[in-house]
Write a protein that binds this ligand. Structure first.
Ligand SMILES: [Fe+2]
Length: 165
């Protein structure tokens, strides 16, 4: 079992990671649309998901600021941002590698599945980390985002299937 200091470090790290994932997801949609890899229905749906990612980013930022003001936790916002930046850069790199030289629509949609799958697993872990803290607002926020991320993943899988049916 992690001690209090480790719990806070885990929280800092994971909040940063989900922030980075949300930012990278929004950038990815913009980029895939500008590469003309998302068309018609999937373009609109990806834009909807992008809008929700922006809301998630704001909600997580709120959680970060609540924990930073909590005398018992004193979350370090700089460390959260460092973790976010590192994650965002990693995802951008993964996207480049995944799409390769001549990406097609299927690859673009499958990359979105990969990104959403990553979000689901990170929010699952973040939700477990939040159990170590007495903060109802953080717990309910993370749980509600997790539910929407599960829907994002399902929607992206459906789009990926539609592209080949
Ligand atoms: Fe998402």
């Amino acid at each position: 079992m992690p001690n209090k200091k480790e719990n806070i470090e885990n929280l800092q790290q994971k909040l940063g990671e989900v922030l980075g994932l949300e930012r990278a997801a929004q950038k990815a949609v913009t980029e895939l649309i500008s590469m003309k890899l998302l068309k018609a229905d999937s373009k609109n749906e990806a834009k909807e998901i992008q809008g929700e990612a922006s809301t998630h980013e704001e909600k997580i930022q709120e959680v970060v600021s609540i924990f930073s003001e909590d005398k018992d936790v004193q979350l370090d916002i700089n460390k959260v941002e460092e973790s976010a930046k590192e994650t965002e850069e990693k995802v951008t790199q993964i996207m480049k590698t995944y799409l390769g030289e001549e990406p097609d629509t299927s690859e673009a949609l499958e990359f979105l599945c990969l990104a959403e799958g990553g979000e689901v697993s990170h929010y699952e872990v973040l939700s477990t980390i939040c159990e170590n803290f007495d903060n109802k607002k953080a717990k309910t926020t993370v749980k509600s985002i997790l539910k929407e991320e599960q829907e994002h993943l399902t929607r992206c899988i459906t789009m990926a299937k539609q592209a080949v049916s």
